[in-house]
Each structure stands twice: as C-alpha cells, then as structure tokens.
Design a protein around this ligand. Sequence first.
Ligand code: C2E
Ligand code: CA
Ligand code: CA
Ligand code: CA
Length: 273
Amino acid sequence: AKEAGRARMTLYDASMDADREQRNALELDLRIAIESGDLTLAYQPLIDAATHAMTGVEALVRWNRPGHGPVSPELFIPIAETSGLIESLGLFVLRKACETAKQWPNLNVSVNVSPGQFRNPAFTDYVRYVLKQTEIEAGRITLEITEGYMIQNPQRTRQSIERLKGLGVKVALDDFGSGFSSIGYLRQFGFDRIKIDRSLVMGVNEDKRQREMLQATVALARSLDIPVTAEGIETEEQAIAMRLFGCDCLQGYLFGKPVTSDLISEMLNERRA
Ligand code: C2E
Ligand code: CA
Ligand code: CA
Ligand code: CA
C-alpha cells in the first residue's frame, strides 16, 4: 500500500510539473508577443437600441500564439496579471485603441481595464500620457472595469474613478450582475455606464424567474440614472426584451462579432454612402 501511495504521489507531482511548465512556456510566449507587438485588437460594434446605428466599438485583445493558434483572453489576461505583464499589455491595448479611434470620427471606443492595471497608483498618469500622445478626445474613450476589485477597495476605487473622470474619459462598470455588486456601491462610484453581463442576458427567454431577475437588475441600474448596455445579445428576442427593459445600447453577435479595425472602417463608410 505504501508503494502504491508513493507511485501516486510521483504521478501527481509529474502532472503538476507539466502544468507549471506549460504555464511558464505560455507566459514566456506572451512576454515575447507583447514585446514584439504581436498582439492585435478586434473591435465589436456597440449599437444604439433605438436606431440600431453603431455608436461605438469595444476593443478586445487578440493573441495568435505561434504554433498554437488563437488563445482566449480569458486564459492569458489572468496570466498577464500574475506575471507582471498586465501593465505593458494594458498600455499596448490603450495606446492602440486610441490611435485607431482617431480614424473614426465621433465613434466611442471602449477599452477593458483589468484589476491589475486599475490597482496601479500610476494608472491615471499613464492614461493621461496616452491621451496626450495620441491626441484623442478623451470623451470618446470609455474604460470598462469589473467589480471584483471595487468590493475590496471601495475607497481607493472611488478616488481612482474620480481622477479618471477628471481626465475626461468615461468609466463603465463591466459584467454587472455576474458577481457581488450592490446598489450602495454603485451610487457612490459615479459610473457613466453599466454593462449587464452576458450570463444574465442569456436567460431572458428561459424562464419567468430569470427574466424577472434580469429586469430587476436593469431597473436597479436605471434607478441611478445610469445608462445601461446589454452585452451578449444573440437573438432578436433578447434585443427586443433588453430594449423594453430600458437598455439604450446593445452589443452581441446578433449585431456584429469582434472584427478588424479595417472592417469597422468599411461599416462606417457603407453607412455614409
Ligand atoms: P468582456 O469584457 O465581458 O467582453 C465580452 C466578451 O464576450 C468578448 O469575449 C466578446 O467576444 C464576447 N461576446 C460578445 N458578444 C457575444 C455574444 O453575442 N455571444 C457570445 N457567446 N460572446 C459574445 P473575448 O474577446 O473572448 O474576451 C473575453 C474577456 O477577456 C473580456 O470579457 C474581458 O474581460 C477580457 N478581455 C478581452 N480583451 C481585453 C483587453 O484588451 N484587456 C483586458 N484587461 N481584458 C480583456
Ligand atoms: Ca468589456
Ligand atoms: Ca462584459
Ligand atoms: Ca465578461
């Protein structure tokens, strides 16, 4: 029995090592990708719920890992966070999004900010720096942050949001309804917009309870007079329901998947033509 136990132990350790090795390899490749500018951005349309016009886009980072193919940001963003790469990754995304936004007059551009960036006391400084460097109108940039960090540090979060808004950028709460947000927090933070999480939107046509939950969540956001975006809209029914509940902005595969900046430019040109 003792022998068997030892054998199991060795097996276990070996698989742990393999995991760690894979992670290290991924981390190294990610570091190289960031340094050599191999990350790209995709842009997903944000749609006015009333007119169905594209009023903005959300920038989403993409990584095509050599020899492996595309890696999901849900996988590599957390690795960037724990390995000290998030700052350079975040700076790349913000700069690229602002530069690209310059070719699109009047289009709003949303950029995701991860807790690791937001936590950095110098974050506001580098947002200011990028705005100045790229000469983009600050009012066209929305920074999307998730709630995880806010709950732990409400005081510092509020200060950071205030400073960011002082630069003229907008600040949105991402993935609302997926975690612990409470109405009390929302009021004091001064968000310019709230985005309802896709996991909630998905349930709109499921059962009565889920639908009511969703409706209550949108109502909660709206009771603060904060405009609400619904993300992850895949069906016409979802679009109609979310508009009915009071969302002024819609996002999802129904209206457009994340695409290259060139395709967004084409869509804008078609609209003008
Ligand atoms: P998110 O900010 O909530 O972004 C929305 C995600 O949902 C995107 O996945 C988008 O492609 C996907 N999506 C949009 N509409 C639909 C739909 O109708 N159906 C379905 N099934 N999915 C839809 P993506 O690009 O894989 O990004 C995943 C997450 O990774 C993002 O969630 C965000 O948290 C993070 N992320 C992506 N890009 C960045 C970035 O540049 N910086 C940071 N810090 N995080 C990023
Ligand atoms: Ca987002
Ligand atoms: Ca989201
Ligand atoms: Ca999400």
